[in-house]
Every structure is written in structure tokens, then in C-alpha cells.
Design a protein around this ligand. Structure first.
Ligand code: ADP
Ligand code: MG
Length: 625
């Protein structure tokens, strides 16, 4: 037996390994399985170029075994193995210096460690008090056993292993006994290695198989290897080889507890200027907890790294589901560094572009289908339009503006369909919209009477988006249907003839003002169509929009939502009722008419509440007695 010293400058590095990676101890298994996978792939590569003649590489497996009594975990591969010289070089020198460098870098900055890769083989010492490597190279070199107890000292001796490959034996430390539980190992395997490139066997399982034919057929129990992973997940396949059903079934494989089907999927596949594959899904919007839990997962060569893709995937796409796999994402760095990394920026830009292109082609190829999904995807798209100018531009092609009657238009089609009837005297195209079909029903009806189209824009961030749409579409203004009386929404040249003279108007105004709360309502007399409602409450567009923007964040309108509610009360001087109010000589009766009309107007705007509502109901009953 030979003894040696690992070259250490940091005195006894192993306690440090434990300390610094405290929260991430569990990654030891992923690291060792990655090494076993690399060793297997390397041998397969050598065989494919004729440098490993006569080596049987079919069905190469990695096996994980737990020996609870002896407190050991074994990780066994059939990869290329190592000779004594190779152990000396790769384990004692290279792997160690890798670990040392890693710790050096993060010693003072624990939070900087996102704890992924880099520590490699030596992460075994996070859970083991002794680690043995028994390895036999695929060449003629003799088998060796390396052993180390966490001090800088190791031993190396010959071993009698005859089969090719490497067995790592972890003598689990007292504070890590949880890893001897089958359930814990299963959990780790399914978290990190469910799509590992090489098959992983963990124990055996019973299956039932049909044997024989026809009447003689019977079920027979059989014990087979328990293979924990799918080595060929959908994202590594060629998109042209997959059908839509394959994408759906991969979604179910990825999120077994998710019952909703995804709306559509996007297959990512680039090899220049960075490597990236993956599948992203637009989920059906749902409030369920699983939705929050099922996030986009980041892999490196089919090994799970994290489901925190902040900085890699743009914020507005974090609501998507699926997988991204890239060997080019630097992982041993802090998030802020990641966001500044040029390659990562390109990746994020690529994903955004790919999503936009896919949405455009989906809309083009099946408009009806796209329209039926619009409600589920609009929040993501609208959020994207606000946060990313490039996406905003591309989204012009597929962002839909549904009318209250369920017709969908792109912005260009909408402009085209409105331009004849909804251009005002100053040449502005007025897009009338409603944020709630039910609540603004009477206003929508007034607009329809004029032959106007009303679009339904009901997302929480819509006022921000409208602001942006107005600044990028010249001469287009958005106005909510209840923001003014109908003729003022779209001002045309034709002047209305007033039934009341100016004198009569001057007499009427103070009478009405005396009967409505002055601090919230501005009375406005207008000569409208005699069929239009006599009293109407409107909410000025500008004020309302600023308030909404302030409430949903941003817009620089801090404090706007503390402003008192301000409304206009529009009195239609051409309506019969208004005429009767003016000529009513009984003051009590006049008051009653104004109150009733005012309450009806507030009711239409959903503003009649509490005591006012109660007395309105009472008064109304007395009127129909
Ligand atoms: P990395 O995997 O990043 O190279 P590691 O510290 O994980 O760093 O491993 C160091 C080296 O040890 C590997 O590059 C490889 O040469 C060797 N090695 C580790 N595990 C195995 C194994 N199971 N079979 C063959 N070689 C291995
Ligand atoms: Mg490694």
C-alpha cells in the first residue's frame, strides 16, 4: 500500500467543504452520477472512434446501492475507469485543485455560491467520513483502490476488481445518515437525474407480465432492474420527429401532479452562438398551488441544476413551464453576474424572439384556435409588451383586441375597422374600450346605438399598455366608454340643437348642483340626443388611468390613488325629464325627481352604495305604489 499527501495549502480542506456548502449537501450524488455519466460517455466516444476495441459498451449502466447496516452508499459505473497514474493525476491533483480553487473563490462569500457544479468529486466529503474509489481502466492497467478519510492523507493499493469501470464507496458520516434512506435517495434521483443520459439502476422492482398465448395466457410476476430515469427526454429529440401528443405527454412526465393540458409548446434548439435546447409550454392560467410549484427547470446536459431561472429567462416568461438545457450557462456565479453575462443575455433574447415567432405563426396558421386561447395567454403577452420593446414590436402581429361582441382584431385590423366611424374632428382615431362588460353595460349600449365598436380590455395592467400603445400609434387614442357622455367620447363636427335656451340652462344648473354632492361631482349640461339618458355619471379617462397606473405600480404617479373620486354628472338638456325638472314648481317634487335620476345614473356606474342605495330602493317602491 502506498500513502501520499494531497497537495494542500488550505490546512485540511474537508471541514471547509462541509461548512461552505452546508445547505447544498445533497448535490454530492448529482456530482458523482455526473462523473459516472461522463466516464460512460467518454468510453462510448472512444469506442465509436475505434480506440476502445473489443469493449462491450451496449447497455452500460450506473448503479446506486445503499448498505444501511454498514452505512455505505455505492455508485458503480461501467465507464472508462482509471489506472493508478490516472487516479494520481485526476483525483489527487486535478480534482483536488478544482475543489480548492472553488473554495478559495467562495470562502468569503457564502451567498455567492449558488452551489452548482465546480466542486465535483470532492463534494463526496460533504456527507462521507471516508471515500473509497475502486477502479479498473478499460485498458490493461491493473485495478486500484484509493481511500481517503478527509484528512489530506490518502492511500492507494492494488485491488482485485476485474470488471471495467469505477465504484465509489461513501462511508456516510454520522450527521448525514439521512442519505442512507431509500426514500431520500429516490428523491434526489428524481430531482436531479430523472433525465440522466445514462441509465441509472436503483434496486429492483416487481412487474407483472403476460406469458403464453390465448387461453393459456397468465400473469407472471417478475423482478427487474428499477431504472429511475428516461435517457431520451423529448427536448433532445428533433422537433420534426415529435407530434403534438409527444409534447403533451412530456408535459405530464415533467409535472405529474398537473392535470391541465398546456395550451401550446415551443421547442428551442440552437447551437450557435451558444448551445441551448428545451421545450417551453404556455400553461392554462390557473390559481392552483401546483402552478406556482411547477416552474421552468434548468438542466445542464440532462442534469437538473435549478428551477430558479431568473436572469436567464426574461421575467415575463417566468410564468411559462418546461425545460431549458444548456452547457453554456455559467453556474458558479452570483445572479447579478449572471444577468450581466453576454452569453446569458443572448440566451434570454433568443428565447424571447423564439416565443414571439411561435406566437405569430400559431396565429397565422389557425386564427380561431389562437383566439380561443387568447384569454389564457394575454397576461403573459401584455406583460411582455410592457417590459421588452423588441417583443412589443413583434407582438403587434398577434396581440388581439376582442370587441365586446367577441370579434378579435389585431391592432392594424382594428384601426382599419374603426377608421370610418370613429375618427373625431381632429383626425384622431378613438378606440372605445370597456374594462367590464357587465358593469359598463349601459355605456356600451349607448356607444352601440351610435354604431361604435367597443373593445374589451380587462387585464390589470391595461392602463400601462394603453399608454404605450398610444405613444407608438400616432393619432390613436384609447377612451373607456364611461369616461364621458357619448357625443364627447368621439367629438364630431355636427352641433346638437338645444331644446333649452341659455337662460333656462342658467336656471337649471344651480338647481341640480344644489342636490348632488359638490365635492365629487361636476355638473355638465349637454344637448344630447333626446333618446339618450337624462342623467349620466362619467369618469374622466385621464384621472382614472393615472389612478390605475399608480395602483398597479409605476407610471410615476405616486400618490394618485389617494386623490378623491371625481366624476362628471352629464345632464341631457334635450331629454323630456330634464325639461320637466326645470318647470316643476313644487320644490319637494323637483328635489325628488333629481334625486331619483341621479341615483339611477349612479346605479349604472355601480356607484350607488350603502345608505344612498337603501333610500333609493325605498323611494322607488313609494313611486310605484
Ligand atoms: P470534473 O468532473 O469537473 O472533471 P471532478 O472533480 O468531478 O471534476 O472529477 C475529476 C476527475 O476525476 C474527472 O475529470 C475524471 O477524470 C476523474 N473521475 C472522477 N470520477 C470518475 C469516474 N467515475 N470514472 C472515471 N474517472 C473519474
Ligand atoms: Mg465532475
Amino acid at each position: 500500500m502506498a500513502k501520499g499527501n494531497i497537495n494542500v495549502s488550505v490546512e485540511n480542506i474537508f471541514p471547509l467543504i462541509k461548512k461552505f456548502l452546508y445547505s447544498d449537501h445533497e448535490i454530492f450524488l448529482r456530482e458523482l452520477i455526473s462523473n459516472a455519466t461522463d466516464a460512460t460517455s467518454k468510453l462510448q466516444h472512444l469506442a465509436s472512434i475505434g480506440e476502445a476495441k473489443g469493449v462491450e459498451i451496449e447497455n452500460a449502466q450506473i448503479e446506486i446501492k445503499i448498505d444501511k447496516e454498514a452505512k455505505k452508499i455505492h455508485i458503480i459505473d461501467q465507464g472508462l475507469g482509471m489506472s493508478e497514474e490516472e487516479v494520481e493525476k485526476y483525483i489527487n491533483q486535478i480534482a483536488f485543485s478544482g475543489a480548492e480553487e472553488f473554495l478559495d473563490k467562495y470562502k468569503d462569500n457564502e451567498s455567492g455560491i449558488i452551489g452548482h457544479f465546480g466542486l465535483g468529486f470532492y463534494s463526496a466529503f460533504m456527507v462521507a467520513e471516508r471515500v473509497d474509489i475502486i477502479t479498473k481502466s478499460f485498458t490493461d492497467a491493473a485495478a486500484v483502490k484509493w481511500s481517503c478519510d478527509g484528512s489530506p492523507e490518502y492511500t492507494i493499493e492494488s485491488a482485485d476488481k476485474t470488471s471495467r469501470g469505477t465504484e465509489i464507496i461513501l462511508h456516510i458520516a454520522e450527521d448525514s445518515l439521512e442519505f442512507l434512506e431509500e426514500s431520500r435517495i429516490n428523491e434526489l434521483l428524481s430531482k436531479y437525474n430523472r433525465f440522466n443520459q445514462v441509465s441509472i439502476k436503483f434496486g429492483t422492482k416487481e412487474i407483472t407480465e403476460k406469458v403464453g398465448e390465448g387461453d393459456d395466457a397468465k400473469d407472471e410476476k417478475k423482478t427487474v432492474d428499477n431504472i429511475v430515469n428516461n435517457t431520451k427526454p423529448a427536448w433532445i429529440e428533433k422537433p420534426s420527429d415529435l407530434k403534438s401528443e409527444d409534447y403533451k405527454s412530456f408535459y405530464r412526465e415533467l409535472y405529474p401532479s398537473q392535470f391541465e393540458e398546456p395550451l401550446f409548446s415551443i421547442h428551442l434548439n440552437v447551437d450557435y452562438p451558444f448551445n441551448l435546447t428545451g421545450i417551453l409550454y404556455f400553461p392554462k392560467v390557473s390559481q392552483s398551488m401546483d402552478m406556482q410549484k411547477d416552474k421552468i427547470q434548468l438542466y445542464q446536459n440532462q442534469v437538473f441544476v435549478t428551477d430558479n431561472v431568473e436572469g436567464i429567462v426574461p421575467d415575463f416568461l417566468q410564468m411559462l413551464k418546461g425545460v431549458i438545457d444548456s452547457p453554456d450557462i455559467p453556474l458558479n456565479v452570483s445572479r447579478s453576474y449572471l444577468q450581466a453575462d453576454a452569453a446569458v443575455k443572448k440566451i434570454s433574447g433568443y428565447i424571447t424572439k423564439k416565443i414571439a415567432d411561435k406566437l405569430a405563426s400559431l396565429y397565422k396558421s389557425d386564427k380561431e384556435d389562437f383566439e380561443s386561447k387568447w384569454d389564457d395567454i394575454k397576461v403573459i403577452i401584455e406583460y411582455g409588451m410592457l417590459s421588452d420593446d423588441k417583443f412589443f414590436e413583434k407582438a403587434t402581429k398577434f396581440t388581439l383586441y376582442p370587441t365586446v361582441d367577441g370579434k378579435y382584431h389585431t391592432i392594424d385590423a382594428l384601426k382599419e375597422s374603426l377608421k370610418d366611424n370613429q375618427t373625431d374632428k381632429d383626425g384622431n382615431l378613438i378606440v372605445l374600450y370597456s374594462s367590464n362588460k357587465e358593469a359598463q353595460h349601459s355605456y356600451i349600449e349607448e356607444a352601440k346605438k351610435k354604431g361604435y365598436n367597443v373593445v374589451l380590455l380587462d387585464s390589470p395592467i391595461i392602463s400601462h399598455l394603453i399608454q404605450k400603445l398610444e405613444s407608438s400609434n400616432e393619432n390613436v387614442k384609447f377612451t373607456r366608454v364611461d369616461s364621458d357622455f357619448i357625443d364627447n367620447l368621439i367629438k364630431k363636427d355636427d352641433t346638437q340643437i338645444s331644446k333649452l335656451s341659455d337662460e333656462e340652462k342658467d336656471k337649471l344648473k344651480p338647481i341640480i348642483e344644489g342636490n348632488v354632492p359638490k365635492e365629487n361631482y361636476t355638473v355638465q349640461l349637454e344637448a344630447l340626443d333626446s333618446e339618450a339618458n337624462p342623467f349620466t355619471v362619467t369618469i374622466p379617462e385621464f384621472m382614472r388611468r393615472m389612478k390605475e397606473m399608480s395602483a398597479t405600480g409605476g407610471g410615476g404617479m405616486f400618490g394618485m390613488n389617494n386623490m378623491p373620486e371625481m366624476y362628471n354628472l352629464v345632464i341631457n338638456t334635450n331629454h323630456e325629464l330634464v325639461g320637466s325638472i326645470l318647470v316643476e314648481s313644487d320644490e319637494e317634487k323637483q328635489k325628488g325627481l333629481i334625486k331619483q335620476a341621479f341615483d339611477l345614473a349612479r346605479l349604472s356606474q355601480n356607484l350607488l352604495k350603502g345608505e344612498d342605495l337603501t333610500s333609493f330602493v325605498k323611494r322607488s317602491y313609494s313611486l310605484i305604489k
